[in-house]
Write a protein that binds this ligand. Sequence first.
Ligand SMILES: Cc1ncc(COP(=O)(O)O)c(C=O)c1O
Length: 350
Amino acid sequence: MRDTPFLVVDVELLEQNLAGMAAHARRLGLALRPHAKTHKTVEIARRQLAHGAVGLTVATVAEAEIFADHGIDDLFIAYPVWAAGPRAERLRALADRVRLRVGVDSIEGVRMLAASRAVVTVAVEIDSGHARSGVAPAEAAAVASVALDAGLGVDGVFTFPGHSYAPDRRAAAAADEQRALQTARDGMLAQGIPCPLVSGGSTPSVEHTAPGLLTELRPGVYPLLDAQQWELGSADPGRIALTAHATVVSRRGRRVIVDAGNKALGADRLAFATGFGRLPDHPEARIVALSEHHATIELPETAAVPALGTVLRLAPNHVCSAMNLADRVVAVHPDGREEEWAVAARGANT
Ligand SMILES: Cc1ncc(COP(=O)(O)O)c(C=O)c1O
């Protein structure tokens, strides 16, 4: 018995999710390079590679350093890395021991990266509709050309169709992604710049990825899944492999309080979310309020109200945030055996 709250990975579901995405990428003829910022866990990364992933995607130099320390030697920092100050030296040291690709989305960023003298290749980030980082598709060739002139290898282009995180936008975001990447790649080819890499993917949109243009998929959330994916329709609740176990500590009418708040679950709540997480075993319940150490769960008239002391399983809204709050997770194997996995890259934000 453990004191609550704690995070549990159901290894059987994890393996099913890993196998499912690996098969999807194979069917489409795409390399799979999962985003490891979701789990930050060496054990899950190794399982992804065992299922055929070509390497990992990460968000920061620090995440890359930690996975490199654990022998993972093909990494893509899918982020417009600003290679100034100590980060330049860290990039150089990292690139000496792993195969490293880095995202760029400005000419200034490219020049900074070249000045760091890190032996990296670059991929130009394209904005395909998420309106975050990334250049307009037609500008990819200009950034790539400066990178080549500065002596950097150019792999191609990538995008994150993050606008798939909205009701009924999954297929449309995949179509936007396809269009934007096509324009960017064609623009590079028209300038005589080879573009062997065309990389995209988000967990909500990958189901709608069309074959033929992309060469690489980078979903992150798919091994564990969460309440957001459930509510978007990109995951059945029975496939959610990561839950927080929490105890009912207080009870008022049709509401119970459990001992997992935003310090265990994370505070994410996108506009479409029906609450602060969901309960896979009580789909009718809603988490109507969240403070640091309390989640308030409301049950409808039709459901029994759990007794004080009951341990409930909560799926966080956004699994990446929940993982980043935990030092370790409890991995439960199909035979009931339990193991603790360190969240090795937790807080590796630099
Ligand atoms: C650049 C980039 N690539 C891939 C992903 C993975 O997508 P998802 O989290 O939807 O699985 C993310 C997630 O934020 C991302 O920012």
